[in-house]
Ligand binder design. Structure first.
Ligand SMILES: [Fe+2]
Length: 138
């Protein structure tokens, strides 16, 4: 179980870093704002999982951004925002499925359930935002 949750933590941190990196190279001010907002939401999600693990006595190592970030920046430059958002939309959809499964099967406190529900709602919103970005070609 902890390995799965460590991956949730890492994925949230990855997304947070990714959205921030994409914001840095974004020219459209609205999109940039949106990406920065998403980045900070993902960081909050990451902290939810980090706290969750620490409450169970699992120590979480410091997150180190991976090379994939550079790959996404390249995707963004070559293929544009619509394509990159499509890829991110798919990523969010995967996260929603995983969290929903986890919500159903894990033994969670009422407070944890409430928070996770909120996180799933956030991810649904993110999926929608990326869907809109991917349908408006820039
Ligand atoms: Fe998230």
């Amino acid at each position: 179980m902890s390995k799965e949750i460590i991956n949730y933590y890492i994925d949230e941190m990855k997304d947070s870093t990714l959205y921030k990196s994409l914001a840095e190279i974004e020219n459209d001010e609205n999109v940039r704002e949106e990406l920065l907002k998403l980045s900070s939401m993902e960081k909050e999600h990451a902290y939810f999982w980090k706290d969750f693990l620490e409450r169970k006595g699992v120590k979480v190592e410091e997150f180190k951004p991976s090379l994939t970030i550079g790959l996404y920046k390249l995707l963004r430059k070559i293929f544009g925002l619509a394509f990159t958002s499509k890829v991110m939309e798919m990523g969010e959809a995967k996260t929603i499925r995983e969290y929903y499964e986890f919500y159903r099967k894990a033994d969670l406190s009422e407070e944890e359930k409430e928070k996770l529900k909120q996180i799933i709602e956030d991810e649904l919103l993110h999926e929608d935002i990326f869907h809109k970005m991917s349908s408006s070609e820039k």
